[in-house]
Design a protein around this ligand. Structure first.
Ligand SMILES: [Zn+2]
Length: 489
């Protein structure tokens, strides 16, 4: 038995002292040894010559159980036998003496799946258990097991097995089976198993059959569709610093190499989790990112175009509050130069993707008409950004309108400019309630004397709507493959 030393020690002592309880609850994630321990306990409780609480595995009782021949050991899957009828039958049967052993052992796996009626029936048995029966309930979701049941059980929390222990165990198996595997590949498998020895051994077997000759970490990454730890780490860095280009480039490369985006996101979350657990330098940011990445991952299975979903999800995450770094390393000079145009960088995701490459000048800058973005007053860009963050937290609709705008500060007046195509945005912001709120925010972030004006201005870049952005993409595809759009919805 690998891992779960504490549980095993306690149970061994109970067997040795002849104090096996009538009901146990084994709680913990899948594949970490709950059923294995239950089976060992079933033998130990029936063994004719237990040694220090351990089954001898040689006596007739041990042999009968090991050969799966005993009628007194019952393993029941709670998920498929969840109804009252099953439990009623069990209740009748449990009262009969054991046929070939000392003790009847009922193992109910995933016991939380039982119906309420079934639990109630079970409870009656647990209240007056026959002396010759032991119940072992296993569950991955102990919080779903009624308290009345839990209180009748001796409960054990099964812990995830540490990666080093899994690696050590895998090394033994590999040695025995004659599977040549590199140490870093062992470590990788152990980490990927996420605390479960069963998953780890299954992966080892897969790797062995997939590959002739030695198993390397690199080969494993390829086999499992995984991305190397370093690459995940540098991707996370790009995400944290809002380096959109690096993020999109990496996704591009991953797709090209046929990597599994869902597993990649899982790795990303895991890395964030590790960072948060071991003292992140910016916990709020990392929690925010982890939530966002999880949300994208959750949506993935519904999506036909996983790549675009990941791109849009991660880019919009970078633009939300929390992902905005205090001091971006790469974009610093850019921010200073762009000044008030800063707000224009905080666009909504779909239009981001349709944005012209950075080396092409912004239309704003080359517009012959009155520029919408004047040279910034010092500190305006950051004050504006701080204000936007607060508005995003309080009034999402107003924030959404503002992301389409350009803003500039001249003397004591901030002018919020929209492209004429966005007249609706202007009108909406000018509604009394919205305008009052906006003016209040401006005063708070930019100064008591600063007033607000909203205008339409040809010089403002009109960012395409998500629909337009999608259309643009579709058209690109058409051009590339010489096709046409046959249906839109
Ligand atoms: Zn025995």
């Amino acid at each position: 038995m690998v891992g779960q030393e504490e549980v095993v020690r306690t149970l061994r002592n109970a067997v040795a002292a002849n104090e096996v309880a009538h009901a146990y609850l084994f709680a913990g994630e899948r594949g970490i040894g709950k059923t294995s321990v239950a089976r060992i306990l079933a033998r130990a409780a029936n063994c004719l010559a237990p040694q220090g609480g351990e089954p001898c595995n040689a006596c007739p009782n041990c042999e009968t159980i090991l050969a799966n021949r005993s009628l007194d050991i019952l393993e029941i899957d709670g998920a498929s036998n969840r109804g009252i009828d099953h439990i009623r039958r069990l209740r009748e049967e449990v009262n009969f003496s054991p046929t070939d052993l000392k003790t009847k052992v009922y193992v109910i796996d995933e016991v939380h799946m039982l119906t309420n009626e079934a639990f109630n029936a079970l409870l009656k048995t647990l209240e007056e258990p026959p002396a010759h029966a032991v119940f072992i309930f296993a569950t991955t979701e102990p919080h779903k097991v009624p308290r009345t049941i839990v209180s009748r059980c001796q409960a054990f929390d099964f812990r995830k097995i540490p990666a080093e222990k899994i690696a050590a165990r895998l090394a033994v198996i590999a040695e025995k089976e004659g599977i040549p595997i590199a140490p870093d590949a062992l470590d990788l498998l152990a980490r990927k198993a996420n605390g479960g020895l069963r998953d780890a051994t299954v992966m080892l077997e897969q790797a062995a059959s997939y590959r002739e000759g030695g198993i390397t970490a690199e080969a494993l990454l390829e086999m499992l569709g995984l991305v190397g730890r370093e690459e995940v780490a540098s991707f996370l860095e790009a995400l944290e610093w809002g380096n959109r280009q690096a993020v999109l480039d990496t996704i591009d490369r991953l797709v090209e190499r046929g990597k599994d985006l869902e597993l990649f996101l899982a790795d990303l979350v895991e890395l964030l989790r590790d960072r948060i657990a071991h003292g992140s330098d910016d916990e709020a940011r990392d929690v925010h990112l982890a939530r966002g990445v999880l949300a994208v991952k959750r949506d993935l299975f519904r999506s036909l175009d996983r790549r675009i979903l990941v791109e849009i999800g991660l880019v919009s995450l970078m633009n939300e509050r929390g992902a905005v770094p205090a001091a971006p390393p790469r974009d610093r000079t850019d921010v200073a130069r762009a000044g008030a145009a800063d707000s224009a960088r905080r666009e909504k995701a779909p239009s981001l993707l349709a944005e012209p490459p950075a080396d092409r000048p912004r239309e704003t800058e080359s517009a012959p008409t009155r520029p919408a973005t004047a040279p910034a007053e010092p500190g305006f860009a950051s004050a504006w950004q701080a204000m936007m963050q607060e508005i995003e937290g309080e009034r999402v609709a107003i924030a959404a309108f503002l992301t389409e705008a350009s803003a500039r500060l001249e003397q004591d007046r901030v002018t919020i400019a929209f492209h004429p195509g966005h007249a609706f945005h202007k009108e909406s912001l000018e509604k009394a309630a919205n305008f009052q709120y906006l003016a209040g925010m401006v005063r708070r972030h930019l100064g008591d004397k600063v007033s607000v004006e909203i205008e339409l201005n040809d010089g403002v870049v009109r960012k395409p709507s998500p629909r337009e952005a999608l259309r643009e993409k579709a058209q690109l595809v058409c051009e590339l493959f010489d096709g046409r759009i046959v249906k839109e919805d």
